[in-house]
Design a protein around this ligand. Structure first.
Ligand code: HXC
Length: 260
């Protein structure tokens, strides 16, 4: 598979996808959108791949937002007719059941911040900056930012960031629960791939199930979320990997997973 605006490589069971338009700070144009959908679909379909990492090329940006130059002359009817960004969200968030991590290496602004928040979690470099500056362009988040940022950091910070366009640095993002961990830029991809490899070595059905339940906490009420958790737990008890995992513990050996 060859791409123009992204790079895709497999490192063992981990797929590393890199946004590769560094001259425009990895701005997200429709070419990137289509290529990411294709790359994530290939990752999801490949049984040898168990976790993915998404990062940006260069040291300055993960993605500085949707491509303003592409959006500037696009008529409103076209935004509405294309349902701009809807397919992206549905592929990366809903269709991709396997876990993936955003490794944020610098600016994650507007659509870039929203893309990072579609990941199951974010690992950030020390120079990372998060923001929803769309208001300064006369618009607003359009890929879930107003919803996911608010759920991640709470109303006060999300509202302030959306209304002023203020950026949050990596330390504040970690303090606020937006990112799981902050690491030096030089070791960001290595750390993210290492974490992804750890996830990739887990029983695959349990990985999908754990992701599904934590996401339910984001998307449903407490009673419904707890019911989803309990039902998924009960389904997992029927898997061969559950029998193997518990036997391996009792026999003091490592489990060997089948994904069944
Ligand atoms: C297109 C972009 C871009 C973007 C940067 N570039 N961001 N091109 N779309 N979102 C380009 C610049 O035009 C420039 O190209 C090159 O990348 C380097 O950027 P500079 O501005 O020269 O770098 P710097 O001065 O260091 O400033 C970095 C920055 C700034 C603070 C990140 O680039 C910036 O504010 N970018 C826009 C951030 C933004 O508003 N994002 C939200 C987009 S709207 P040239 O050719 O001049 O060298 C959005 C909406 C989503 O995401 C939902 C809509 C439905």
């Amino acid at each position: 598979m060859s791409f123009e605006s992204i790079l895709v490589e497999q490192r063992g069971a981990v797929t590393l996808i890199t946004l590769n338009r560094p001259a425009s700070l990895n701005a997200l144009n429709s070419g990137v959108l289509e290529e990411l959908i294709t790359a994530f679909a290939a990752f999801e379909a490949d049984p040898t791949q168990r976790c993915a990492v998404l990062t940006g090329a260069g040291e300055k940006a993960f993605a500085a937002g949707a491509d303003i130059k592409e959006m500037a002359d696009k008529p409103a009817a076209a935004f509405y007719a294309d349902d701009f960004f809807a397919r992206w969200t549905s592929h990366l968030v809903k269709t991709t059941r396997k876990p993936w991590i955003a490794a944020v290496n610098g600016f994650a602004l507007g659509g870039g911040c929203e893309l990072a928040m579609m990941a199951d979690f974010i690992i950030a470099s020390e120079n990372a900056r998060f923001g929803q500056p769309e208001i300064k362009l006369g618009v607003a988040p359009g890929m879930g930012g107003s919803q996911r940022l608010t759920r991640a950091v709470g109303k006060a910070k999300a509202m302030e960031m959306c209304l002023t366009g203020r950026m949050m640095d990596a330390a504040e993002a970690e303090r606020s629960g937006l990112v799981a961990r902050v690491v030096p830029l030089a070791s960001l991809v290595e750390e993210a791939v290492k974490t992804a490899a750890e996830i990739a070595a887990m029983p695959p059905l349990a990985a999908i199930a754990n992701k599904e339940m934590v996401n339910a906490a984001f998307e449903t009420g407490l009673d419904q979320g707890i019911l989803i958790e309990r039902r998924i737990f009960q389904v997992l008890t029927a898997t061969e990997d559950k029998a193997e995992g518990m036997a391996a513990f009792i026999e003091k050996r490592a489990g060997v997973w089948k994904g069944k």
